[in-house]
Ligand binder design. Structure first.
Ligand code: AP5
Length: 214
């Protein structure tokens, strides 16, 4: 099962991804997480990506495509994968289709999660993530049992550097101008499902499992 999660920043892609990969036992590939890991480790790639991410801009296609393809070549992707945050431009989608065709594969389902802008801003600015295991919480919507502490591993919860109001506003604009055209791309391919992301995380997950099957 080869899946893509699409949607604006804060729509709940990472939240649904965690549930999908657990149920369907496929790897979760988040290009944003790959970049954040590189930033944390101070790599060359991390330094390059940080300059774009801090402003809410997209990292250049050439860099992202190479990283995504390297990850998709790994053994654990043989039986399927869940892409979260990639592709994000039509150029990335075309490159992905060509890469998969070469491997005798295709995208099976694209799940597009939509949420309106005021709700996105609330979700992004209230998000807290575990520095140790990456679990996601929200200060009011999905608070941890103990403030600042991850329920799952006891790690410290922090706010992402790009989760300020100003950067979030720009990320949403960048999504509308550069990523939204992908909806037409996958509408033409006929493999996209449009989902209302405002219905609560568990209800949304039920809708997703109805599409993907048991
Ligand atoms: P990336 O890490 O991919 O971030 P994003 O797409 O902006 O998405 P987010 O992680 O902000 O949100 P999400 O949809 O996962 O929401 P979440 O589940 O956390 O990208 C970051 C940056 O990296 C980009 O700006 C770019 O610079 C670069 N980059 C990455 N990939 C790239 C690419 N392919 N090309 C170029 N550049 C790239 O939920 C958000 C909050 O809402 C949480 O607090 C959560 O608890 C809450 N929540 C979730 N679901 C619900 C619900 N149903 N109801 C109520 N609250 C909910």
């Amino acid at each position: 099962m080869n899946l893509i999660l699409l949607g604006p920043p804060g729509a709940g892609k990472g939240t649904q991804a965690a549930m999908i990969v657990e149920k369907y036992n496929i790897p979760h590939i988040s290009t944003g997480d790959i970049f954040r890991e590189n930033i944390k480790n101070g790599t060359k790639l991390g330094k390059k990506a940080k300059a774009y991410m801090d402003k809410g801009e997209l990292v250049p296609d050439s860099l992202v495509i190479e990283i995504a393809e390297d990850r998709l070549r790994k053994e654990d992707c043989k039986e399927g994968f869940l892409l979260d945050g990639f592709p994000r431009t039509v150029e990335q989608a075309v490159a992905l289709d060509a890469f998969l065709a070469d491997e005798g594969k295709k995208v099976d389902h694209v799940l597009d999660i939509d949420v309106d802008k005021p709700e996105l801003l609330k979700r992004i600015t209230g998000r807290r993530v575990c520095q140790a295991c990456g679990a996601t919480f929200h200060v009011t919507g999905m608070p941890p049992k103990v403030e600042g502490v991850c329920d799952k591993c006891g790690g410290e919860l922090i706010q992402r550097a790009d989760d300020t109001v100003e950067t979030a506003e720009n990320r949403i604009e960048v999504y509308n101008s550069q990523t939204k055209p992908l909806l037409d791309y996958y509408d033409r391919a006929g493999n996209i499902a449009h989902l209302d992301g405002a219905i609560g995380k568990d209800n949304l997950f039920v809708k997703i499992t109805e599409i993907l099957g048991e």
